[in-house]
Design a protein around this ligand. Structure first.
Ligand SMILES: *Cc1c(COP(=O)(O)O)cnc(C)c1O
Length: 239
């Protein structure tokens, strides 16, 4: 069973790497400018362990409870987990127990909740350093799916950067459902450029998923978040 799954994941990973390399070549970018973040939501911790054996060190999760349970199972070596799902403010404290990076900070109030949560977690000896944060951009400004409207990004970035508990690392987005990916990621690139210029330590543009990673790479993505193309279809309902 495990051997079969391991072979399946190894093959999918090789295919995905080839896809990413080809997209980088087409965009005139070096292959090492784009990292792959496997999105392991709904898949068991054993898949994370297998992907870790295949060299992956960071993984994306979108639910607090599920990710916490996996983090408990995977202590040695502990993977770096990214929270890529929307977070309610009252969950910030829990998320800080397992997440190395939160990609979905989309308001000053949520940033403040994380500042308090990280301070409490450090005081309790539950974590060492600050929390790495990407601010989530909403390209179409529709609040329903999370994300900050593009015109608000610079102020949100400044707000995060002022927190001693948070480390601004960049910008993240999910392309709006009915938009052409090229147009969506071009819009993000323009807004992200300002943020990255103002904050030299913020270098990450987290954009692109199974369906649209080529377009995201063409527009400067440094981190593609891939679930389906790597792990297969998700049985459980999820985002
Ligand atoms: C699920 C998810 C992904 C991965 O999506 P796939 O289409 O399965 O590659 C990427 N980003 C976010 C925010 C997600 O929720």
């Amino acid at each position: 069973m495990t051997d079969d799954r391991r072979a399946e994941l190894a093959e999918a990973l090789a295919g995905l790497r080839a896809r990413i390399d080809a997209a980088c070549a087409a965009a005139g970018r070096r292959a090492d400018e784009v990292r792959l973040l496997p999105v392991t939501k709904t898949f068991p911790a054993t898949d994370i362990a297998l992907l870790a054996e295949l060299g992956m060190t960071e993984f994306g999760e979108n639910r607090d409870q599920e990710a916490r349970a996996k983090a408990e199972e995977l202590r040695e070596p502990a993977p770096r987990l990214h929270m890529i799902g929307n977070v309610q403010r009252n969950k910030a404290r829990s998320v800080t127990r397992w997440a190395s990076v939160v990609q979905t900070v989309d308001s000053p109030r949520l940033a403040d909740a994380f500042t308090k949560a990280v301070a409490a977690a450090r005081e309790a000896g539950e974590r060492d350093g600050p929390l790495e944060v990407l601010i989530q951009a909403s390209i179409d400004g529709d609040p329903a799916r999370g994300g900050s409207p593009l015109p608000d990004l610079p102020a949100l970035a400044d707000h995060v950067a002022r927190s001693e508990q948070l480390e601004l690392r960049g910008v993240m987005t999910v392309a709006p459902r009915f938009w052409e990916p090229e147009r969506a990621f071009a819009a993000l690139a323009e807004s992200a450029a300002k943020v990255l210029l103002d904050h030299p330590n913020a270098v990450e543009i987290s954009a692109g998923m199974s369906q649209d990673l080529e377009a995201a790479i063409a527009h400067g993505s440094t981190l593609v978040r891939v679930g389906t193309s790597l792990l297969g279809g998700r049985r459980l309902a999820s985002l």
